[in-house]
Write a protein that binds this ligand. Structure first.
Ligand code: 8YV
Length: 311
């Protein structure tokens, strides 16, 4: 029988998915020791990857038969879409499936920062809870003024959750939307000026590069909270670290970073910071649904059937 088409994995998938990949494809794993792109380049027709890892240009350009990049995630900032489109390579994502989980983690980070949840947990574990001992008080979340940067599917899901907290919700985006009851701020700076917490839910890429800069952090101020479930590239990370270290910002809940998995070491000792290893979509249900769609899109493409989440 004919050889199976070559599939290149640029990030890890769970074992069930990997087994299913192997039923239809000859699977190559870039993260395995001794992997050589040159050796299999001529056979690879598909890539499966994560939103975070994407597909570097040097890989795409070395695969003359590449037809599709199937992303587990919604972010496409780690794929050069001009390059893929120029080569007629299809790129798919997994929209909708992760919206609720990402919004849930944004709220979890907001609550954790405001209520000093992780700090208090460390306090109890370290035996600090004794008669007369005290922790600094937290900040009230119900009724907060919250700014959402990026009112796409995730931003809207965050807003819906915040409504239950009777929050005053405003947003910024590249456009104002008619179909939402929230006030539009024309710039991130204007948004930050009137809020207690700023939540980042916009796509990565050039249009959002470092839109949270020193001025925005200054506008949030010494009580302000920054929550990021989007991409590290939205933030001037050095300015963020300085603002936190110098107590010019109240706290931060961060799921994403500029150079993952490297987290700025200055953050590790700060009690007002809650850190996550890019885990907003990392629930069993959601990741399984995302991975199933990654495979379904690959199979549909080679069967000439319609795809989901084409970008
Ligand atoms: C994933 C993401 O965690 O959707 C995205 O763009 O960053 C996340 O959903 C990541 O792609 C790992 O699979």
């Amino acid at each position: 029988s004919a050889a199976k088409p070559g599939l290149l994995l640029l990030d890890r998938f769970n074992q069930t998915t990997e087994n299913r990949f192997a039923e239809s494809f000859d699977v190559h794993r870039s993260y395995e020791p001794g992997f050589s792109l040159e050796k299999y380049a001529a056979d690879i027709v598909a890539i499966a990857t994560s939103g975070a890892k994407g597909a570097p240009n040097e890989v795409v350009e070395h695969l003359p038969r590449l037809r599709i990049v199937s992303i587990r995630g919604v972010g496409t900032d780690a794929v050069d879409l001009q390059l893929t489109h120029r080569h007629g390579i299809v790129v798919t994502t997994t929209p909708n499936l992760l919206t609720d989980d990402v919004a849930d983690l944004a709220l979890a980070l907001l609550l954790a920062c405001a209520r000093r949840l992780c700090q208090a947990d460390r306090f109890v574990r370290a035996g600090g809870w004794k008669p007369g001992s005290a922790l600094p008080l937290g900040r009230k979340v119900t009724g907060m003024r919250v700014g959402i940067v990026g009112l796409g599917r995730v931003g809207r899901a965050i807003a819906r959750r915040l409504e239950a907290f009777r929050a005053t919700i405003r947003y910024s985006d590249i456009q104002a939307f008619e179909d939402v009851p929230y006030a539009f701020a024309p710039t991130v700076l204007a948004l930050a000026q009137g809020c207690d917490a700023l939540i980042l839910a916009a796509s990565g890429g050039p249009a959002s590069f470092r839109i949270v800069d020193r001025a925005v952090l200054g506008a949030l101020g010494p009580q302000g909270l920054l929550i990021n479930v989007a991409r590290g590239s939205l933030v001037d990370e050095q300015a963020l670290v300085e603002a936190l270290v110098e107590h010019r910002l109240g706290g931060a809940g961060l799921d994403v970073f500029v150079d993952e998995p490297n987290v700025p070491s200055a953050l590790l000792g700060l009690d007002r910071v809650v850190l996550q290893p890019h885990r907003a979509s990392a629930t069993e249900d959601t990741r399984q649904a995302m991975e199933t769609l990654v495979l379904d899109n690959l199979l549909a493409h080679f069967a000439g059937e319609p795809l989901v989440g084409v970008v």
